[in-house]
Write a protein that binds this ligand. Structure first.
Ligand code: 2NL
Length: 355
């Protein structure tokens, strides 16, 4: 676009020979010079292609040390009565040149704008590059749904470490060393009596150590057991446990809370409690729901064993409480009719896109 300096007419400030001021300056000479300057200026202006060039040109033509000033400087040598004639002609030239400069400036700007508009054209009809939005994994949305229901019942969410001590995972829950219940909750043992937690109960023990009752908490999280993989077992799975400790809590509070929760999650289905055993609750129960005509075992619960409360320095004559635990994978599988737990871990989009 830019023309090189040699392409366009050169205008120098220095007057050329016919402009040379001499003692013989006449009205005719000056008028000729003005005519000539006007023609030259018109050609130079027409040849510009940028606002900067136009400004340089304006200065060299009309500026204090410009061509017009040089001609007018010679006017002083004319007889007094001739001067106004030259002055008038000079004003006409000045107006003319200013108009040409302004017109050229708007033409140059218009051309620059048109050029930019052409370059920056955006095709709003072009197809967009598609980024699939993605969504939560069904396991996570199941955890969130469960936690939301308990939050609605006034429970606070608590979380804790996946690597635990033998004490928090077993001993504090009334499962001493060599207790047969340790067999069913065999896990991955690390050094220094550390292990991968087999349930989220340790989160609740830790909470009780630093928060006096009354307490109502829900503890979601990843847990680990020494299990062979099959359609319903995985050595890594997810649990939600709930715990309420207060004065005067009894089994009716447990039954009411668990029933309200299950009916919010599964709908208004029959719920039944069957006597069971856990080392950390007494009495204990398994809970079933009648789902699509069949009884399905979905969670375990019970009144917190007095030995667990005593271990925390809480007087079981004053405080009582209930606890419940559930496997998130099982809830998710029952809800969505998923037949194999491994589908939840293999990241197959054809499976995951269905949720
Ligand atoms: C199940 C059964 C259960 C608990 C978890 C618990 C926690 C504390 C004290 C007493 Cl801190 N109990 N948790 C109680 C009964 C059952 O889980 O089937 N889980 C998948």
């Amino acid at each position: 676009m830019n023309r090189s300096a040699s392409d366009r007419p050169v205008l120098t400030v220095r007057p050329r020979s016919q402009d040379t001021v001499s003692a013989t300056t006449s009205l005719q000479q000056l008028t000729d010079q003005l005519e000539h300057l006007e023609a030259e200026a018109a050609a130079a202006i027409a040849a510009t292609s940028s606002a900067n060039e136009l400004e340089e040109l304006r200065v060299s033509l009309l500026g204090k040390k410009g061509r017009l000033s040089a001609v007018l400087g010679a006017m002083g040598r004319l007889p007094g009565e001739e001067r106004p004639l030259v002055g008038q002609r000079a004003n006409v030239l000045k107006d003319q040149v200013q108009t040409l400069l302004a017109d050229r400036l708007s033409a140059v700007k218009g051309a620059a704008l048109a050029d930019r508009l052409a370059r920056e054209t955006l095709d709003v009809t072009a197809p967009a590059s598609y980024v699939p939005p993605g969504h939560r994994h069904p396991l996570l949305s199941t955890v969130e749904e469960i936690v939301d229901i308990f939050a609605g019942l006034g429970y606070r969410v608590e979380e804790g470490p996946e690597i635990e001590s033998d004490h928090y995972n077993f001993t504090a829950l009334n499962i001493p060393e060599n207790h047969p219940a340790r067999d069913m909750q065999d896990t991955f043992y690390l050094s220094d009596h550390q292990l991968l937690r087999t349930h989220t109960s340790p989160v609740q023990i830790r909470h009780l150590e630093s928060n006096p009752p009354p307490v109502r908490i829900v503890a979601p999280g990843r847990v680990f057991r020494r299990d062979a993989v099959d359609a319903t077992h995985s050595p890594v799975f997810h649990q939600v446990e709930v715990l309420a400790i207060d004065e005067g809590l009894d089994f009716s509070h447990l039954r009411g809370t668990v029933t309200a929760f299950l009916q919010q999650f599964f709908g208004d289905l029959p719920v039944r409690f069957r006597a069971s055993y856990f080392p950390f609750t007494e009495p204990s129960a398994e809970v079933d729901v009648q789902w699509r005509g069949r009884w399905l075992e979905v969670m375990g619960c019970g009144m917190v064993d007095p030995a667990v409360l005593e271990g925390l320095g809480l007087d079981p004559e004053r405080w009582s409480g209930f606890a419940a635990g559930l496997g998130v994978e099982r809830f998710c599988m029952v809800r969505h009719g998923i037949d194999d737990i491994r589908r939840l871990y293999t990241s197959d989009l054809r499976f995951l896109e269905q949720f």
